[in-house]
Design a protein around this ligand. Structure first.
Ligand code: ATP
Length: 331
């Protein structure tokens, strides 16, 4: 097992800094998720940790040791990509065994390792099958097993579930959380999907334009976002944020924090507005409501309101966030 430290990392592509003087400690044995919009530098950062790309400046430490100049294969790190990198002509067993054979691990030891790892990832009954006869999720597990045989102290994963359909993705998320528990190894997982980040991470590292915006456990990031970017990136629909010109203040609230009704209720902010759109999702309904303050997205368990209807919106004081003119959250 190993922690990872990134010290003053900068990466420049064609005179453009895609990572800017970044400092981060990834804790030993934790499930850390790097999340952020497309192009923010997540993959670049992961590749520098793996040693696949050199940083322009700064240091990468794994387990306290500076590996900045260490070759990828010598860093004790395994990487799983979104295109699984498994060999179609080899059986599941051969795929898993491949790296071991290359490293001249004796046959008896190879057999034992393949058995125990295929058990861990639920592929024991599929060892003699070819990848083409497996489901997407099973193929993803072959890729994981291939990475696991090397007994890495760190797993890096770059959008490993993005090729799977929605239902399988949810199942694989749970499997990855279980796998992490079983292995107790450091996991670093890259995604642009905040739901994946929220559901899997011990700690989320949210990036934008090569800069870390906030690093925190999911609940902390959701309830106490450091700035407007974080507040709107984490959570669906995003936090409502409104600038009130007369008072020169910016306030925000989560879509589920406001109550709507046909009569006024208690709350620091009270307004009324017309429902413009209504999206019924089953257990909850999302209304877009145009009020004199702004147009808000409001999530409610009550699906009785209809488009064009006028409703009251009330917001309790403790649910309101305030931001300064630098977009930082102040309360
Ligand atoms: P996505 O979620 O779309 O995969 P990302 O956050 O992983 O995005 P990166 O792939 O790290 O983003 O790219 C960060 C920035 O660096 C982008 O603007 C990209 O165009 C640029 N970039 C990445 N690799 C190179 C390269 N080899 N040469 C030039 N620019 C690059």
């Amino acid at each position: 097992m190993a922690s990872i430290e990134l010290k003053n990392i900068t990466k420049t592509f064609e005179k453009h800094d895609v990572i800017k003087d970044l400092n981060l400690t990834i804790e030993d044995g934790k499930f850390t998720v790097l999340v952020g919009p497309s192009g923010c530098g997540k993959t670049t950062l992961l590749r520098m940790i793996a040693g696949l790309d050199p940083q322009t400046s700064g240091q990468v430490l794994v387990g306290g040791k500076d590996v900045s100049k260490t070759a990828p294969g010598q860093r004790g790190i395994a990487m799983v990509f979104q295109n699984y990198a498994i060999y179609p002509t080899m059986s599941v067993r051969e795929n898993i065994e491949f790296g071991l054979k290359n490293n001249k691990v004796p046959k008896a030891e190879r057999i034992e390792l393949v058995e125990s790892i295929s058990e861990t990832v639920g592929l024991k009954d599929y060892l003699d099958r070819k990848p083409s006869t497996l489901s997407g999720g099973q193929r993803q597990r072959v890729a994981l097993a291939r990475a696991m045989v090397k007994k890495p102290s760190v797993f890096l994963m770059d959008e490993p579930l993005s090729n799977l359909d929605a239902k399988l993705r949810v199942q694989m998320r749970i499997e990855l959380i279980e796998l992490h528990k079983k292995l107790g190894t450091t996991f670093v997982y890259v995604t642009h999907d905040q739901v994946e980040a929220m559901s899997m991470a011990d700690k989320i590292v949210l990036m934008n334009k090569g800069v870390i915006q906030q690093e925190a456990p999911p609940e902390v990031m959701y309830h106490t976002p450091s700035n407007q970017f974080t507040a709107q990136f984490i959570g669906v629909p995003p936090m409502n944020i409104t600038y009130v010109r007369e008072k020169q203040l910016t306030f925000g609230f989560r879509p589920e924090s406001a109550a709507i009704g046909r009569s006024p209720q208690q709350g620091l902010v009270q307004t009324s507005g017309e429902i413009i759109t209504r999206e019924m999702l089953g257990s909850e309904t999302i209304y877009q409501i145009k009020t004199p303050l702004d147009t808000f997205m409001i999530k409610s368990i009550d699906d009785q309101y209809r488009v064009n209807e006028t409703v009251y919106v009330s917001l309790p004081e403790e649910k309101i966030h305030f931001f300064d003119d630098q977009e930082k959250r102040i309360a």
